[in-house]
Design a protein around this ligand. Structure first.
Ligand code: EPZ
Length: 422
């Protein structure tokens, strides 16, 4: 397993290109199941999760061809479709559950393995099941697989979700595009990735209104046609790299970034003493002056502070002046980076979903272990400003969501390299 070696060093400067959003692309790719015509996705990120989704879609009979070194995905699904998404692939990536809605809409039935839990939580599927059942699907769990049937096809319905689940919103949205009649989803997730999926489905001929708000209306149509769609910029990669100059000084421009993607995150950066300027090409970030100030953070569904930036924000606050309170309200176990940061000298008290971070003057490099995707990159950020050398092991977690992280950071002056594992 590879490791990443980081040496604490001085201020960074230069530009970091931000890729297309992993979490948008993982919802856009299954949309190919909704049409017999090809769907082409441009600005696609080059990540292991995208390769996993490619594998899954291929097992269902869809074709995904990576062009232009993986930045363009040509997908199509016009032949025989296999309705069964196997545990062996689904267990590797929870987003595999996003084939459930499209398969139901296209075929009227699906057999999709439950994804199982992961490091950050149990991650059940009840909200997905309730939402698709509202459209007329009968879903039962047998031997770890969801067996879903919609005899006579899906029918439009009004449904309110108990929680604004991102994945359940995406499954409902895709299923409702081909349901008979009108559907209204209430308490819908509002993430930019939902907006991006709605735009892509509309380009395919779907009739959707209200994406980005808590109420989305979908008028079912008989069929969808092909389209070409650009994947939206990855707001989580954006926020992650914005923290690099925040943590170790200097000024970095994140190309492709827009304030609207990270508004609540930028409010917290401003309070902590970080200046963010929107330029024609992206977001320019630098520390205002002096030491970072402690801030309190609560993770919430969009437009609140993103849970996927909580670990990275904690890395920044480890060396802030004062004590910060981070409350994780989305996942039940998303502080596994805390004990690893403590190995670097951070002072963090975790009680349930709340972490109290007492700022220290400087962290010290150490050997640490990545436990999940966002925790792994928070350790790299901490290593950028720590005294001495930090070695982050198990970086396969990192490669799921960040392409060429060491190249992007080295380009702005970071001392970072990948050490090939056995
Ligand atoms: C998406 O996961 C993202 N993944 C996650 O990013 C992100 O953290 C999450 O949304 C929240 O923003 C992708 O888009 C591929 P949810 P998703 O359904 O859709 C509970 C990353 O690092 N829940 O909004 O699975 C669930 O357990 C990943 O890129 C139920 O209880 O998130 C969690 O506690 C990590 N029942 C909360 O809701 C359900 O049926 C949020 O889940 C569904 C979810």
């Amino acid at each position: 397993m590879d490791s990443i070696l980081v040496r604490g060093n001085g201020p960074l400067s230069g530009q970091i290109p931000i890729a297309g959003a992993k979490n948008a692309c993982l919802a856009l790719m299954p949309a190919t199941l909704l049409s017999e015509e090809p769907l082409t996705l441009t600005n696609a990120p080059r990540l292991s999760d995208i390769r996993t989704m490619t594998q899954l879609l291929a097992s269902l009979g869809a074709e995904v061809t990576a062009l232009q070194e993986g930045k363009v995905l040509a997908t199509s699904c016009h032949g025989e479709i296999n309705p069964r998404a196997d545990y062996d692939i689904v267990r590797k990536m929870r987003a595999s559950n996003l084939v459930l809605g499209p398969l139901l809409a296209r075929l009227g039935h699906a057999v999709v393995s439950l994804p199982g839990g992961c490091a950050i939580g149990a991650r059940p599927m009840d909200i997905h099941i309730d939402a698709l059942a509202a459209l007329g699907a009968e879903i039962e769990l047998k031997e770890g697989y969801l067996h879903a049937n919609a005899r006579g096809g899906l029918k439009g319905a009004v449904h309110e979700m108990r929680f604004a689940s991102v994945g359940a919103t995406e499954n409902f949205l895709m299923a409702a595009t081909l349901a008979k009649g009108t559907s209204v989803l209430k308490n819908a997730a509002r993430e930019p990735e939902i907006v991006d999926l709605a735009r892509c489905l509309r380009a395919m001929g779907a009739q959707i209104e209200g994406e980005g708000t808590a109420e989305i209306t979908i008028q079912g149509v008989d069929r969808l046609h092909g389209a070409t769609h650009p994947v939206v910029t990855d707001r989580i990669e954006l926020g992650t790299y914005m923290l690099a100059p925040a943590i170790c000084g200097g000024e970095v421009e994140c190309l492709g970034g827009r304030i609207e993607l990270v508004e609540s995150f930028c409010e917290k950066l401003d309070a902590a003493g970080i200046a963010v300027e929107e330029t024609a090409r992206g977001l320019k970030v630098k520390r205002k002056n002096g030491r970072i100030r402690a801030v309190d953070v609560v993770t919430e569904p969009f437009p609140g502070f993103p849970t996927d930036l909580q670990a990275q924000m904690m890395a920044l606050l480890c060396t802030a002046e004062g004590t910060s309170i981070l409350e994780e309200r989305i996942f039940e176990n998303r502080f596994m980076h805390a004990p690893e940061l403590a190995r670097m000298g951070a002072r963090i008290e975790v009680h349930g979903g709340v972490a109290k971070v007492h700022g220290v003057a400087r962290l010290k490099g150490a050997r640490v272990m990545a436990t999940d995707l966002r925790a792994s990159v928070s350790l790299i950020l901490a290593g950028l400003a720590a005294e001495g050398e930090t070695v982050v092991s198990r970086v396969y977690h990192l490669d799921r969501g960040y392409e060429r992280v060491e190249e992007k950071l080295r380009a702005v002056g970071a001392q970072i390299e990948r050490v090939k594992g056995e």
